[in-house]
Ligand binder design. Structure first.
Ligand SMILES: NC(=O)c1ccc[n+]([C@@H]2O[C@H](COP(=O)([O-])OP(=O)(O)OC[C@H]3O[C@@H](n4cnc5c(N)ncnc54)[C@H](O)[C@@H]3O)[C@@H](O)[C@H]2O)c1
Length: 265
């Protein structure tokens, strides 16, 4: 596959289930399509079709495959379909996440089921996508893998135990693949702080949302929260030859939150 043939799979690529609003995976899909990739949007949610519509409205090429990244047979099937449709694969973006009220608990309180189910999606889903994509990326002449981590990988939100563990593991997964598959495949992760997405709006009114974002922004030196496009820009860079010597890195995109000290001197 030459560099003129760019094919990307974006898992968690659906627009937000709330009226097709913003999502990180949707923004990444739309941006990579603008960069010239053919896009395979993978998600459990029907809003994956909305992402494809937006890409097509902008003149890009994309297909939605509804699949569960935790199911080996569905992962294998979506890779076969990708090969059949577009002839190969040059980029994988892992962007799914499982959120449930039951997983937002500390280590003593979380049930074993919630712990395991969250790791099944947030870690094993990433592993399976990598495991079954790597042979196709190699067969296609090489490419890039980009996984979406989180600052929870190295700082801890109260009662977010299993999520933090899954994100730290994703950064380690990123490094082990960077060592094992370079120079054919570069592997990097992106570490966002708080990002404005439709799925976390819940039932807040527009006024309540603005107040919430303003409150969260107080913890960020940039004094505002991150837009989905600001994550997509970094994924676009990591997927391109502009980052040709960046491998095994986790790029923090948090407006300076995690390097900021707060006490008065
Ligand atoms: N939103 C934030 O503030 C923020 C901050 C840091 C990191 N992240 C990360 O960004 C990524 C995108 O998530 P988001 O928070 O924007 O939420 P989101 O709900 O917009 O996206 C997650 C998507 O994953 C899909 N999904 C869940 N389980 C799946 C499965 N088994 N198979 C296929 N698809 C599945 C969901 O349907 C959803 O569309 C995640 O990796 C998340 O951990 C988000």
């Amino acid at each position: 596959m030459g560099s003129d043939k760019k094919v990307a799979i974006v898992t968690g690529g659906a627009m937000g289930y709330k009226a097709g609003g913003n999502s990180i995976g949707g923004a990444v899909s739309i941006r990579l399509a603008k960069d010239g990739h053919k896009i395979v949007v993978v998600d459990l949610g029907e809003m994956g079709q909305r992402t494809v519509e937006i890409i097509k409205e902008n003149g890009g090429e994309a297909v939605f495959i509804k699949a569960d990244v935790t199911k080996t047979d569905e992962v294998q099937k979506l890779l076969q379909e990708t090969k059949k449709l577009y002839g190969g694969l040059t980029c994988l973006v892992n962007c799914v996440a499982r959120y449930s009220p039951g997983m937002a608990k500390n280590v003593a309180e979380i049930s074993e089921e919630e712990w395991n189910e969250t790791l099944e999606v947030n870690l094993n889903g990433y592993f399976k996508m990598c495991k079954y994509s790597i042979p196709l990326i190699l067969e296609s002449g090489g490419g890039t893998i980009i996984s979406i981590s989180s600052i929870e990988s190295f700082i801890s939100l109260p009662n977010f135990s299993v999520y933090s563990v899954s994100k730290a593991a994703i950064d380690a997964l990123t490094r082990t693949m960077a060592v094992d598959f370079a120079p054919k495949i570069r592997s990097n992760s992106v570490i966002p702080g708080f990002v404005k997405i439709a799925n976390s709006e819940n039932n807040r009114t527009p006024e309540q949302l603005e107040a919430w974002y303003k409150d969260v922004a107080k913890q960020y030196p940039m004094r505002r929260v991150c837009e989905v496009e600001e994550i997509a820009n970094v994924v676009s860079f990591l997927a391109s030859d502009q980052s040709s010597y960046i491998n095994g890195q986790s790029i923090v995109v948090d407006g300076g939150k995690t390097i900021a000290d707060t006490h008065e001197f």
